[in-house]
Design a binder for this molecule. Structure first.
Ligand SMILES: [Zn+2]
Length: 103
């Protein structure tokens, strides 16, 4: 698993944890603020990102759908393909994100 793929999985897992905590806070009446995007929307967005990550997991290795289409990045580029690079965009301010991963 490339470092970038591993980074993306950790960020989605971190988001899921935050949404779980927010839902629990809402259910127990301990929510300190209301977010326009509620936990359920957050869970759906995490599912979308997970599905895209799964579908493009092998891009850049010669085995992914973007390799077949000829749109993947070369193996030395950790991003794999433009879809994976875009998946990292919400996480550019998180620790561990490398500037060269920007789409
Ligand atoms: Zn791809």
């Amino acid at each position: 698993m490339s470092r970038f793929i591993h980074f993306l999985r950790r960020q989605i897992d971190a988001d899921l944890e935050l949404h779980s905590q927010a839902r629990q806070d809402e259910e127990t009446g301990n929510a300190t603020h209301r977010c326009l995007i509620g936990p359920l929307r957050g869970f759906r967005e995490c599912e979308l990102k997970t599905r895209l990550l799964t579908q493009h997991h092998h891009c850049g290795t010669g085995q992914g759908p973007c390799d077949v289409l000829g749109t993947s990045y070369p193996p030395e580029d950790e991003r794999g393909c433009p879809t994976l690079a875009l998946l990292g965009l919400p996480y550019t301010d998180r620790p561990g994100y490398a500037h060269r991963w920007r789409p």
